[in-house]
Design a protein around this ligand. Structure first.
Ligand SMILES: *Cc1c(COP(=O)(O)O)cnc(C)c1O
Length: 369
């Protein structure tokens, strides 16, 4: 048996007719950039998360960047971010001219350690980005409290957490805005690159609309220097089709996580991810921790058995070459640094079968025999 890390074709085949028709429709209308298909998706996506507005853009990185840009985050500002995240989170901060300030993750749930936020605040801190890593919401009550106490803008990086909830409230609605990625491998994936920002703030919404389209609301009348961050029509149409299935697919991911837990029970060298009782984890990734320095050997063993896994992420952001000028290494982020050596992401997608999950877990058991 072969178990891929991800299988986008399997999903496509379940909705092929609808997808093909949607793409053809965009071509028939020549609505390739922005336009009615993007608009329709924006409305539906905002509604799915209980937000008033949604701005579709051309990537999750653009979503983070355009949100901070519109909020006036820039030079001489600092933005607090977890170091245990995908590089795009701090990268978007740097793109505004502001400086990312890293905070370690807490050991159990691997999101930002809210007890360390306070220490990271300086007179220059403007915002904090809460990342809902792997599909599990950050501890939003504590993050929100820290943001309010220090008068910081709260931005959520929901790139891995479509439809996730904290205490029954959808992610992306706790602060001023929520930024999403629709990179093909994400829980809601485009057939190309795409992203979006949701918000209830009308001024922020208007500003982002202008910035994503060359600073012009009216064609050829440029009020600002913006960028071209428009979403493609084909992506809007594909996402609108897929959005209808997202709840069902998310349930499947959660079921698959349950099956992994069941079949990994008793393998004491491997720790499955902890689920916060107050959160609805949407399992973008199923990340186990491997003790005893065996992670790379286990990964290799699984690969030899045609089981493909990943590491998210092998190098915490503060140790990336791009941020070496900050010399953050002296400060140390021991939890994230240890974590990076122990984690292993097992195959996870809605179409994964129980047989495949069982096979993966059996091979993990076999490795320890
Ligand atoms: C994928 C991702 C992004 C960036 O999204 P792109 O669409 O790839 O630009 C940002 N943050 C996190 C946490 C991500 O996983």
């Amino acid at each position: 048996m072969r178990v891929n890390f991800l299988d986008l074709t399997a999903q496509y085949l379940t909705i092929k007719d609808e997808i093909d028709a949607a793409i053809q429709n965009v071509i028939d209308h020549s609505a390739f950039s922005s336009g009615p298909f993007v608009k329709s998706f924006e409305e539906n996506f905002a509604r799915a998360h209980g937000a008033r507005y949604c701005v579709g853009v051309n990537s999750g990185t653009s979503a983070l960047h355009v949100a901070m840009w519109a909020l006036g985050v820039g030079e001489n500002d600092e933005v607090i971010v977890p170091t245990n995240t995908f590089f795009a989170t701090p990268e978007a901060v740097s793109l505004t001219g502001a400086e990312p300030v890293f905070v370690d993750c807490e050991p159990e749930y691997s999101n930002i350690d809210t007890r360390q936020i306070e220490e990271a605040v300086t007179g220059k801190t403007r915002a904090i980005i809460a990342v809902h890593l792997y599909g599990q919401p950050a501890q939003m009550e504590a993050v929100k409290a820290a943001a309010e106490k220090n008068k910081l803008l709260l931005i959520e990086d929901c790139a891995q957490a479509h439809l996730a909830e904290y205490k029954g409230k959808p992610v992306g609605t706790f602060g001023v805005c929520g930024c999403f990625s629709f990179y093909p491998g994400k829980n809601l994936g485009a057939y190309g690159e795409a992203g979006a920002v949701i918000t209830d703030d009308k001024d922020l919404y208007s500003k982002m609309l202008v910035l994503r389209d060359h600073g012009a609301l009216k064609k050829y009348h440029h009020d600002l220097v913006g960028h071209n961050y428009r979403m493609e029509g084909i992506q809007g149409a594909v996402l609108d089709v897929k959005l209808k299935y997202l709840r069902k697919w998310t349930e499947k991911r959660r079921e698959n996580a349950g099956l992994y837990r069941k079949y990994l029970e008793g393998v004491k060298e491997v720790t499955p991810p902890s689920e916060m009782p107050e959160a609805r984890h949407v399992y973008h990734l199923f990340v186990i921790r491997v003790s005893g320095g065996q992670r790379d050997n286990l990964m290799k063993y699984l690969e030899d058995n045609k089981i493909y896994t990943g590491i998210h992420y092998p190098i915490p952001c503060h140790l990336q070459q791009a941020y070496s000028f900050m010399d953050q290494s002296k400060k140390g982020y021991p939890v994230s640094e240890r974590y990076a050596k122990e984690i292993l992401s097992l195959p996870m997608y809605p179409e994964l079968t129980e047989k495949e999950i069982q096979y993966v877990c059996n091979k993990i058991r076999e490795f320890y025999k």
